[in-house]
Design a protein around this ligand. Structure first.
Ligand code: 13P
Length: 260
């Protein structure tokens, strides 16, 4: 499969933003404004309590939902946790290993790997976030960190499982800072990630969707979408603004043909 055949994926991670009313309003505005494009999958990733009401609101639209994380456990006495099994009937995707979870909530590579497995077991498509901190980048350790994160979560996947995984390259220093990576830096890491998958999983790696995340806006999105190994975006701040978010969806169409 060539890059041009991979379907775009634009996912809006709302993080811990929006009240109930704001969430409904935002989803409706996005539904109204975003073009429905056959080659673009649009995903909203709201806080847990808004998932079920949004399923109702988005009925009949092509926009699907995702979870921001899930428990590493199946079910049981784990107060406050939300399992993959609970959200699977309502969500197509779930983020695992977001840097905010790793950094602020102590999620280790092992925990992230367990979450990825449980997500796959319940039929969800995990969006695995990988990326280096500023310190790691300055030490020249970007690929070392990304490799460790990929190996821990993905090394033992079957081919069928690998087909359902999406990777988001989100350099920590670019998240919420207004300072995105350059498209060429993001492309070189994305290309490296794809090679890593192709080495282990053959052609499935060629079909793998790789997103860029970190200060993506409607203005800078076209630059990333021209990169041959970037298949979409995981959007934070700009996903809370329907015009911005739909601008990012539309930006996929500004890319005529991508070469491999
Ligand atoms: P920003 O787009 O706000 O930088 O956030 C990116 C992100 O963390 C998406 O998961």
């Amino acid at each position: 499969m060539t890059a041009g055949e991979r379907r775009w994926l634009i996912a809006g991670n709302w993080k811990m933003h929006t009240t109930y009313e704001e969430a409904l309003e935002l989803a409706e505005a996005i539904q109204r404004r975003c073009p429905s494009l056959p080659n673009v999958e649009v995903i909203l990733i709201p806080p847990f309590p808004w998932i079920v009401p949004l399923v109702e609101r988005l009925r009949g639209s092509s926009i699907a939902l995702g979870g921001q994380t899930c428990s590493a456990y199946d079910q049981g006495a784990y107060t406050g946790e939300v399992s993959a099994r609970m959200i699977a009937p309502f969500c197509r995707y779930v983020i695992v290993g977001h840097s905010e979870r790793r950094r602020l909530f102590g999620e280790t590579d092992e925990v992230v790997a367990a979450k990825l497995r449980v997500a796959l077991r319940y039929g969800l498509r995990p969006i695995l976030c990988v990326g280096e901190s500023l310190e790691e980048r300055e030490a020249g350790a970007t690929l070392h960190v990304v490799e460790r994160q990929l190996r821990s979560a993905c090394e033992s996947l079957s081919l069928a499982e690998c087909e359902r995984v999406v990777i988001a390259y989100e350099p920590v220093w670019a998240i919420g800072t207004g300072k995105p990576a350059t498209p060429s830096d993001a492309q070189s890491v994305a290309e490296w990630i794809r090679r890593w998958f192709v080495l282990r999983f053959g052609d499935v790696g060629k079909e793998l969707r790789i997103l860029y995340g970190g200060s993506v806006t409607a203005e800078n999105a076209p630059g990333f979408f021209k990169a041959p190994d970037i298949d979409g975006a995981l959007v934070g701040g700009a996903s809370l603004d329907a015009t911005q978010f739909c601008g990012i969806v539309e930006a996929t169409q500004s890319v005529e043909a991508r070469s491999e």
